[in-house]
Design a protein around this ligand. Structure first.
Ligand code: ADP
Ligand code: TRP
Length: 333
């Protein structure tokens, strides 16, 4: 039976953090055996914020090494860099002819970005969902595992795929579905600053590449309160967040132990934080060591990127030829 196709991308704008790992990368790891998986580094998308060539290159290298260190297997999945597949930019140009100013202006991510960077409201930002649609449909992806923040962009991709199929009266593209492994809700990894999610832009991230000393420092600084005053009292958000993180990285026994102490009003947050920090370190240390190792091996990184680019181009050019044929481009010479 033909495997269904899964595709997801990440912009190379910083280190991977625990939120990315437990929210996104872990899903990929579970899928790479059973699906035809494409994981790519969205370096063209990252140009909207005008990185220097040095920053662009080091960002791409870092994310590539981090994907590999997490266990994404380049023999099973196709890992590639967006700019290595020029077919995507060609499809982006075609799709742009059927993407309308009104609908692009109305997307929340465009409105947010336009507000955040009023001096740099470029056309790339406006057509960001069109390029994202091209990324997805050029590989005829069936599923796209992304977080809630990408829901609207994915909805636009579905719209553009349907519009193309309808316009040419041909089912060229499958309609890509959002995806969470096992059908459950997306995990939301909380921040340690009392409320909300862990994120790069939130400035509260613990990175996979973080050294143990810095992890201890960040966890010990986590927001808490003066402690429970009644037995079995409900946990306020900041405390709940610590427990949520603990559920992700620690054993069930550890969670039960500290839960018991909380319920008996005997908890000492310092002890909980020390334990949590060590459990995070136990999780991230082997990944961090692999990231360091892989970053030293330029030949390996180059080999993976080359292999991924070849596989991705093969798949992309197959779709692009079909698209050109459907649009009506004819070879005259
Ligand atoms: P950030 O929010 O730090 O900028 P990205 O936007 O690059 O991260 O997200 C990359 C992927 O990681 C997306 O699929 C996103 O949904 C997921 N992700 C990011 N932060 C979290 C979090 N705190 N919990 C769960 N998933 C997350
Ligand atoms: N927009 C996504 C983000 O900011 C990255 C991305 C670009 C992407 N193209 C994609 C994700 C295609 C999934 C599929 O996180």
């Amino acid at each position: 039976m033909n495997k269904q196709t899964v595709l997801s991308g990440i912009r190379p704008t910083g280190y991977l953090h625990l939120g990315n790992y437990f929210g996104a990368v872990q899903n990929f790891l579970r899928m790479q055996d059973d699906y035809n998986c494409f994981f790519f580094i969205a370096d063209i998308h990252s140009l909207t914020t005008h990185p220097t060539p040095e920053n662009l290159q080091s960002g791409v290298r870092q994310v590539l090494a981090e994907y590999l260190a997490c266990g994404i297997d380049p023999e099973k999945a196709t890992i590639f860099i967006q700019s290595d597949v020029p077919e995507v930019s060609e499809l982006y140009a075609f799709l742009n002819m059927n993407a309308y100013l009104g609908e692009l202006e109305r997307t929340t991510s465009f409105k947010d970005k336009a507000r955040q960077q009023p001096d740099n409201v470029n056309a790339g930002l406006l057509t960001y969902p069109v390029l994202m649609a091209a990324d997805i449909i050029i590989h005829k992806a069936n599923f796209v595992p992304v977080g809630k923040d990408q829901e609207q962009n994915l909805e636009m991709a579905r719209k553009f795929a349907k519009r193309f199929n309808r316009m040419y009266n041909k089912e060229v593209f499958p309609i890509p579905q959002p995806y969470t492994f096992g059908g459950g809700d997306m995990i939301k990894v909380p921040g340690l600053d009392g409320s909300g999610k862990m994120g790069k832009s939130e400035g509260n991230a613990i990175n996979l590449f973080e050294d143990p000393k810095s992890i201890r420092k960040k966890v010990m600084r986590a927001v808490t309160d003066s402690g429970p005053t009644e037995m079995n009292q409900q946990k306020p958000e900041a405390i709940q967040n610590l427990f949520t993180l603990m559920k992700i990285v620690s054993t069930a026994d550890t969670v039960t132990h500290f839960d018991g102490l909380y319920n008996n009003c005997e908890i000492r947050y310092g002890d909980l934080k020390k334990h949590l920090a060590e459990d995070i370190i136990a999780y991230t240390s082997p990944i961090r060591e692999r990231i360091i190792e892989i970053l030293e091996d330029d030949a390996y990184l180059a080999k993976v990127a080359k292999m991924g680019a070849e596989k991705a181009r093969e798949s992309a050019s197959r779709t692009l030829n079909e698209v050109k044929d459907v649009i009506g481009f004819r070879k005259l010479f």
